[in-house]
Design a protein around this ligand. Structure first.
Ligand code: PMP
Ligand code: GLN
Length: 386
């Protein structure tokens, strides 16, 4: 039995500390390093977007938004989703605006997972998935993907599905590897979950950041997956506004009903004036259609700047992260190297081992290239000296 103590609260998440993103960004700030660790742009969002927020602030859009999100934004999302993927979602019953994708992911997991359930998680995995599963009494079951290709062994996935499997977590384009799911991946997943009581949470926050003309195969485009998937998105990545913390969840009405029951007691509703501003901004497709070219140029700039270095890499297929292998440079553990490079050459990155449950160290670091060109070039020059 747990004895209550005034001083010690028994932890529900004993293995969780401060996230690596906080640790590395703080270290970068303390040391004055170029921060290519935490995923956020070093540049500002469009001034037009700021002007729209100002307009709605002055118009008095300063009270609670409806629980599901302001209708104009849900309608703009429905419109964009139909235009971009050819799939319809009803703004009334199938679209919910959330306080970032983080909230959407948590609410979706909480809506599905009960004590004793198993949840399949592909690792490397974004850090919020496993704590969300565990706080709801579920057990993560890992499918481990390895460099350089991070391809999914679908036979292994099949072998890990049991009667207790209730949820599968998907992330495409993928953080940290930049890998993008193919239609074959969608078909394989659909084949596995078809006719089983298994739901899917698909983290698609990098939906508009894909390179070399790749297509984002949203899980909503597969009919078997559409009917059992919570699609989680974020405006933070698409419009360079990670600090606004506004995301959304698209899911069939039956799933959305349960999702909203969680959402309304997690946050109730999301910041109002920004939602109106985003509704207007989202209605211009160029605002998100320009993203692939914008980030492909930055990725290439960064990779060109280290082409003479001893780092090895496979260019990211999507997202704004690039993984570099330092196997030809040093044998140090990736965590130690990330700290040392921040302190000694002033470049902060993220060790890829933190995205694995067992801290698998493949001698890889993750670099965020959502940064000003000048920072990327300076970083490349310093990394090339190693
Ligand atoms: N999922 C992934 C894969 C991410 O990289 C991030 C954030 N950076 C999030 C979710 C969280 O998005 P948000 O900031 O909208 O909560
Ligand atoms: N998603 C961002 C990253 O991967 C970080 C977000 C956060 O700090 N929680 O770097």
């Amino acid at each position: 039995m747990i004895t209550p103590s005034r001083h010690l609260l028994p932890s529900k998440l004993p293995n969780v500390g401060t996230t690596i993103f906080t640790v590395m960004s703080r270290l970068a700030q303390d040391t004055g390093a170029i921060n290519l660790s935490q995923g956020f742009p070093s540049f500002d969002c469009s001034p037009d977007l700021v002007a729209l927020v100002e307009k709605y602030l002055r118009k008095g859009a300063n009270q609670y938004a409806p629980m599901a999100g302001v209708p104009a934004l849900r309608e703009a999302l429905a419109h964009k989703t139909l235009a971009a993927y050819g799939v319809s979602y009803d703004p009334e019953t199938e679209i919910t605006v959330t306080s970032g994708a983080t909230e959407a992911l948590y609410a979706a997991v909480a809506a599905v997972v009960r004590p004793g359930d198993e949840v399949l998680v592909f690792e490397p995995a974004y850090d919020s998935y496993v704590p969300a599963v565990e706080l709801n009494g579920g057990s993560p079951v890992f499918v481990t993907l390895t460099p350089p290709d991070y391809l999914i062994d679908w036979e292994e996935v099949r072998s890990k599905v049991t009667d207790r499997t209730r949820l599968i977590m998907v992330n495409t384009p993928h953080n940290p590897t930049g890998r993008v799911w193919t239609t074959d991946d969608l078909n394989q997943l659909a084949d596995i979950v078809q006719d089983k009581p298994i739901w899917v949470v698909s983290d698609e926050v990098y939906e508009h950041i894909l390179f070399e003309g790749r297509t984002h195969h949203s899980l909503m485009t597969h009919p078997v997956l559409r009917e059992r998937t919570f699609i989680c998105g974020s405006f933070g990545k698409t419009f360079h506004i990670t600090g606004w913390k506004i995301g959304y969840c698209l899911a069939p009405a039956g799933l959305t009903t349960e999702f909203r029951k969680v959402h309304q007691f997690l946050t109730f509703s999301t910041v109002t004036p920004m939602q109106y501003a985003l509704a207007d901004f989202l209605s211009v497709p160029e605002h998100y259609e320009s993203l692939p070219a914008f980030y492909e140029r930055k990725r290439n700039l960064f990779l060109d700047s280290i082409s003479g270095s001893r780092f090895r890499f496979k260019p990211a297929e999507g997202s704004f992260f690039q993984i570099l292998s330092y196997a030809g440079i040093t044998d140090e553990p990736d965590y130690d190297l990330a700290i040392r490079l921040t302190k000694e050459i002033g470049i902060a990155s993220v060790p890829v081992s933190v995205f694995y449950q067992q801290r698998n160290d493949y001698q890889l670091l993750r670099f965020c290239f959502a940064k000003d060109d000048e920072l990327l070039l300076r970083a490349g020059e310093r990394l090339s000296r190693l």
